[in-house]
Design a protein. Sequence first.
Length: 296
Amino acid sequence: MQPIRQTVPTMRDPAPSRTAYRLQRLWLTPVFRALMRVGLPTFVLVFSVGLYLSDEGRRQGITAAWAGTWAKVEKRPEFLVNMMAIDGASPPLAEAIRARLALQFPLSSFEIDMEALRAKIEDLDAVARADLRVRSGGVLQVMVTERIPVVIWRTTDELSLLDAEGRRVARVFGRTDRPDLPLIAGDGANDAVLEAMAILAAAEPIEKRLRGLVRMGDRRWDVVLDRDQRILLPELDPVRALERVIALDKAEKLLDRDVVAVDLRNAQRPVLRLSRNALGQLRVARGLVQTGASTP
């Protein structure tokens, strides 16, 4: 009989191989670990998508499918706008807004450019501000802040309504179109509407005789009254100067006399300009001209 030969097991070296050791050390590197966990899957995904979309037919199919889906969403009843409501505008302005926008309903709310519509509305002279939103029920709500005219501005070309800021509101074709508004005239009058309103407020006691204000040299105002009378106001503090004239008129009936103009441009030296008839009578009264003599 032959003896059974016992094999002695070989001892496994617990130390990793060089390659395994290098891979383990490399895996401990944060950059490599992030690259393998994020970068490699991302690359594979992008490469696969790019490879799939490299075919023209596939791209067209995806585009057509997306366009069809989006069109179905846009045309859903809950996204349709069927009418427009305008608040805060007078009937003529509301009609002007509708004509300016020229919207053909029904429209999808996705097709409406709110900013572009708002800009179109605010381009109208009579509109100070406009706000738009789509409310429930498929209504495009337009909320308008309308400019309120306070004066009529006469220029060489036309008559315009101005608001308190001097902004043009609308054109009128005759003074009788808005007899309730005061009249101003002259170059630069639109830039001094607030001052004109203060002067007009101070002129309330002589309102029945007031015809309007004229801007002179884009610096100061003339108050124009009936009977071709004028009050020439100074450049500085015109309201106080006008109040002085009105007080003098109440006390002495100054404006009822044969006076052509009250010149207050020099606050230290006010001047009365008399008519030719009044000047002749004054000369006679002072004995400068004999009664019956002609006035030069």
